[in-house]
Each structure stands twice: as C-alpha cells, then as structure tokens.
Design a protein around this ligand. Structure first.
Ligand code: NI
Length: 392
C-alpha cells in the first residue's frame, strides 16, 4: 500500500505544485477565505468527495466514504494568510498587496487536497471514512472553534494536523510527543492608587511605582514559585498611565500575554497571578482590577497517534528523515481546540532549503521547498491508512 500511495503522490506532484502556487498567489486574510474555499470545494468535488461549504464561516469539509464506518479520522489543514507584504521574487508571489501566505497555510491546504486526492484514488481498497477539515482564521485563533460549533468534530475518533517548519529540511518530518505548542492567554490589569503632588509621595498612592512592583514580583515569582520543568512565559507588552511629570499617577493599565505548556500550570495561572497582584497592591494601599481571558489551549499530542505518525513516517522515508523534537514551541495553534473533542497529533513538515538561507515563518521573504509537498502527502495518507490497521 505504501508503494501505491507513493506512486500516486508522485504522479500528482505537478498538479499539487500548481495548486499550491495558485493559492499562494491569491492569499486571503482570516475569515475572508471566500475564493480559497470555492477553489478547495472545486478540487474536492472533482475527485468525487462529498463537499460541505460554509462550515465554520468560510471553512470547507470534504467527506471520503470508505468500506467501513466504525471510526472516522479527520485531517485538519488551515487556509488563511497574513497581513504581510510579500518580498520574494517568486513568479507566483502574492497578487494581493499587503497579504501573504507567510505561514505556509497555502502548503497546508495543498496537503489536505493532495491527501484527499490520493486516498480517493485508492477506491474500494480504502478501509474507513475520512473527513478533511479546511479551516479558516487560524491566525486569529478563531477558526477551529467555528468549525467545532458547526459540528466538524461530530463522530470524529482521531484527528491529524500538520504545520510546515523551515528549520527542518524538506524531505524530513518532525514528530513531537506531548506538548507541541503553548496555551496563550491574555492578561489585563488596572492598578488604582491616589493622585497627588509629585513632591509629596506620602500623601498619595503611586500607581506607577506599584505597577512596577507588580511586574517585578510576577517575573521573580515565576523563577521561585513555578516548576522550572513546566515553562511559563509572562510578557507585559503594554503599559500606560500617569498625567504629568510632577503628578503622581492614580491609575496604570497593563496588558500582556501568558504562555504555558502544562495543563495543570495553565489551569492555576489566573489564581497565581491574582494572588501576587493582590498582595502587592494591599501592601501599598492600591486597588486593582484583573481581567484574564483564556485563549487557545496547548496542543497535547496523543501518545498512540503520535507513535502511528512516527512509524508511518519512518516506514515511508527511513529513520534518518524523522526527527523527534525535544522541545515544544511557545507559539499558539488552535488545533488544540479539536483536541478537546478527540485525541489527535500534529506533525511538523520540513520545508527548509538545503542550499540557501531559510527565513522564519511570518517573514516577508518566507519560502518553502516544494518537494516537501509529496513528503507531507505520503506521510499523512499512509498514517491515515495505517490507522485502520490498528485495533479499534
Ligand atoms: Ni501557521
């Protein structure tokens, strides 16, 4: 079966590159993927896949029906671009000024379509049902929730995902056990003191100085009260307050982002932060308001499904082209939202060039080595096929 999948993917390669370049030239921002969605629906229909449009706003679902329906596997790919002006010299560069596929979601969409095309050609041999999720608005961490709300995860027993990775060479696959990405939450704090003359601090409550104590205490407390093996990053990215150089500020507003990978740490953070803020404020007579908003959770790759991906990739490409990633990323990825509904695992697909420098994701000169498309399609198609070779 592996040889058959490899042959099919190889045959489709020119068409897949054409698809990828078309999507790359016509990028659309999060939640506005109308043309991309219509294009995806067209390609899926042409290979006999049942298509449902406008799922999760501009998302698309394709259903491939197999011999049995005891289990349903989903493959999620995302399709939105970024508000970045592309600075490459590619002939198929963005035709939309200020919008660019700088995170490789054009490649992800192509991988979703390529996997659907390959599996649909296996015909009667194919063992079970597969649902292809083409998700909108990943960059604003909304699309996965929209998909789930519209029932995209109903009856799903396992879900796979993929993200390109320029620091892994094309032809190789990155596999990660456990946490792949971090939970990303938003923090908003207002410290309220009492205004007064800059020359008479004892008659006022200085919100700027207290805010500085809050920041310092939070940062130090991470190193002394949080388990160092469970990473936490707290960044206050904005601070504002005060009226004049000689007036003590009565109010300061702080906003930031909080990243964690361990579910227990994630669960406990709001109370931990509030405890520190409350004690600092109380010590100096200030009041505070805290607003903590949960963003997307951490992607926690399922052990059995990650093993399945690792074994499928090794069988397809050999052990030396499969990297076991030792560290998670503290970036966020809304694939985690699907994992609240079924176990799943996400791979990192190497797209790095061997013979020239690789720009990072979200860079205006980001490029991918397109030979990775076949690597990705074969790995995903074979892992999905292998899923039914395991006991249910
Ligand atoms: Ni991305």
């Amino acid at each position: 079966m592996l040889t058959r999948i490899k042959d099919l993917a190889q045959e489709l390669a020119p068409r897949l590159i054409e698809i990828r370049r078309h999507i790359h030239s016509h990028p659309e921002l999060s939640g506005q993927e109308y043309q991309t969605a219509a294009y995806i629906a067209g390609v899926l229909s042409s290979c006999g896949i049942v298509v449902q449009e406008a799922v999760g706003q501009t998302g698309v679902i394709g259903e491939l029906v197999g011999r049995t329906d005891d289990r349903l596997v989903a493959l999620r790919t995302d399709m939105d671009a970024l508000p970045i002006n592309e600075c490459t010299h590619l002939e198929f560069r963005s035709r939309q000024p200020g919008v660019m596929h700088a995170c490789g979601h054009d490649v992800h969409t192509t991988l979703g379509l390529g996997t659907a095309m390959v599996l649909s050609k296996l015909g009667e041999v194919f063992p079970g049902n597969v649902r292809f999720l083409f998700q909108a608005a990943e960059e604003i961490a909304q699309g996965a929730r929209w998909m789930v709300q519209d029932g995209a995860m109903n009856d799903v027993s396992a879900i796979f995902g993929v993200h390109v990775f320029p620091s892994i060479p094309a032809g190789s696959i990155g596999i990660r056990y456990g946490a792949l990405t971090a939970a990303a939450d938003d923090l908003e704090l207002t410290i309220m003191g009492e205004s007064g003359h800059g020359a008479r601090p004892h008659e006022a409550i200085d919100a700027i100085w207290i805010a500085s104590q809050v920041i310092t205490n939070l940062q130090q407390a991470i190193s002394r009260t949080q388990n160092p093996l469970r990473p936490m990053v707290l960044t206050i990215g904005q601070i504002s307050g005060g009226r004049a150089p000689n007036v003590i500020a009565d109010q300061v507003r702080l906003t930031g982002t909080v990243r964690t990978t361990h579910p227990e740490t994630h669960a406990n953070i709001p109370a931990w932060i509030e405890g520190i803020v409350a004690s600092v404020c109380q010590a100096y007579g200030a009041r505070y308001e805290m607003n903590y908003r949960r963003g997307v959770p951490s992607v926690q790759n399922d052990l059995a499904l990650t093993q399945l991906l690792e074994e499928s990739a090794k069988e397809a490409w050999g052990s030396d082209r499969v990297q076991i990633l030792l560290e998670p990323s503290l970036g966020a990825e809304d694939f985690s939202v699907y994992l609240e509904h079924s176990p799943g695992s996400m791979i990192r697909l190497g797209v790095g060039f061997q013979d020239k420098p690789n720009y990072p994701l979200h860079h205006p000169q980001f490029e991918v080595d397109e030979s990775a498309i076949v690597t990705g399609v074969v790995t995903l198609a074979y892992a999905i096929y292998q899923y039914w070779q395991q006991p249910g």
